[in-house]
Design a protein around this ligand. Structure first.
Ligand SMILES: [Zn+2]
Length: 255
């Protein structure tokens, strides 16, 4: 049986463990730290089979070198154009990889960084720092139009598809989401649920794409009412959805 479980790292990162509990084998996504991964492996008497990387940032890749010292033959899958030099198996848009019995397609999602990729099928998606629950990654390398095109690649996913992102930013993102859409009931309900999860120190993740389509302002930039809420001083030309997205991103950066 394969389960996806969070391993906490740093202050608010999750390293997702894809855990075959029968074979006692594990893949991890974005191990920014080695120690919590090693502890997870020890606690579960499991061995590490492979690593998936979404992008080059240090909090997603720093643990890899130590994990490779422990398991030298470890394969590290990641973006072909990544500045991170520890990738053994470079991936491009349209590639597929098989993790245990799970087939995952690769999509390129530049915006947060230029090398960002996500791994997905109709049941689950590892979104890294491209899409967060109720939010999205900052534009650190790419531009708004690029990021909007990247987010549109999630459109074919079902409402039930599980969304596994790398950071527990949900509460802060929901504060912004309610500023954008004060009357959105789904946001208020989700906020209550998320607050109770966090007060019990439980993750708000995974989310689902159905949930995100209902609450995430960055996925809702194409809805006509969203642009009406954007303060005029932020951006005046909001004729295209990507321009609404750009304005939301600027607003959130200052929020
Ligand atoms: Zn990042």
């Amino acid at each position: 049986m394969v389960q996806v479980k969070p391993i906490k790292a740093f202050d608010d990162n999750y390293i997702w463990a894809i855990h075959d509990t029968t074979q006692k084998q594990v893949w991890v996504v974005d191990p920014g730290q080695a120690e919590p991964v090693v502890k997870f492996l020890n606690d579960n008497q499991a061995s590490l089979q492979g690593i998936l990387v979404t992008h080059h940032h240090w909090d997603h890749t720093t643990g890899i070198a130590s994990l490779k010292e422990i398991t030298p033959q470890l394969r590290v899958f990641g973006p072909a154009n990544s500045p991170y030099n520890g990738i053994t198996d470079p991936l491009y848009e349209g590639d597929t990889i098989t993790v245990f019995n799970i087939e995952l397609a690769v999509i390129e999602t530049p915006g947060h960084t230029l090398d960002h990729i996500c791994y997905l099928n109709h049941k689950l998606c590892f979104t890294g720092d491209t899409l967060f629950s109720a939010g999205c990654g900052r534009l650190m390398e790419g531009n708004a139009e690029q990021m909007w095109q990247s987010l549109k690649k999630f459109t074919p996913l079902k409402d039930e598809t599980l969304m596994y992102c790398t950071h527990e930013y949900t509460m802060a993102n929901l504060a912004f989401a309610s500023a954008v859409e004060p009357d959105n009931q789904d946001i208020s309900e989700y906020k209550q649920w998320a607050a109770s999860r966090r007060s019990n120190n439980l993750p708000t993740l995974p989310s689902t794409f159905g949930k995100e389509r209902a609450v995430n302002p960055f996925l809702r930039a194409n809805l006509s009412h969203i642009s009406e809420y954007i303060p005029k001083h932020i951006k005046s030309n909001l004729s295209e959805p990507w321009q609404v997205f750009a304005a939301l991103r600027v607003w959130k950066d200052k929020f």
